[in-house]
Design a protein around this ligand. Sequence first.
Ligand code: DC
Length: 230
Amino acid sequence: MKKITIAVDGYSSCGKSTMAKDLAREIGYVYIDTGAMYRSVTLYALQNGLITSEGINTALLKEKMADIKITFALDQATGRPLAHLNGVCVEQEIRGMEVASYVSPIATLDFVREAMVQQQRLMGKEKGVILDGRDIGTVVFPDAELKIFVTASAEIRAKRRYDELTAKGMACDINDILKNVQERDRIDTTREISPLRQAEDAIVLDNSHMTIAEQKEWLMEQFKRVTNEN
Ligand code: DC
């Protein structure tokens, strides 16, 4: 069967990665979590003192971009991809609140986006990939055969993030998470470069009241429909 490119875009914490990961595993595609890439750049900036109370040292971060290598390796136990920053697994650190509170401003920087988009296009050039992010269907792969735009209410998304973090044993406050979700929505949709928006040819999925199993089934149906057409 001919391989296609699948773009899953949408708001933060709306379950894009869960559905994308599951579909990738089922159909034998490579899954690329592009949010993890922006999160890894943010972690690098934090670890190297490039984010201080004065703000982001953009000049130095720009110089250092060539030193930032982001890769994914499959977790042998779960079969899920783990983000690596310069060869070190950072999956845990990039999901914490510190990275979450700085990632949107980092993702607005033109040189960061250029570097990430270039890497994403390389990773997906052979097709047979499913990427999730904000600009996949609009900028990274505007010719993707299947484009999904996922949305859910901010309150439901905050609750999902809260459950995810507490299940991992990470301390957090639901109100802080809701504020963070709303602030990230604002920055992601209003930034100048590649703002989050629905591609004209994307199919919208509001999963506020859907279970993970229902979303999975819905996505599989879309995949089958598009691969039958192509
Ligand atoms: O999907 P996520 O919550 O892990 O994404 C983290 C941040 O990265 C989010 O605030 C927006 C940004 N991002 C982006 O600008 N472009 C992408 N393709 C993916 C994520």
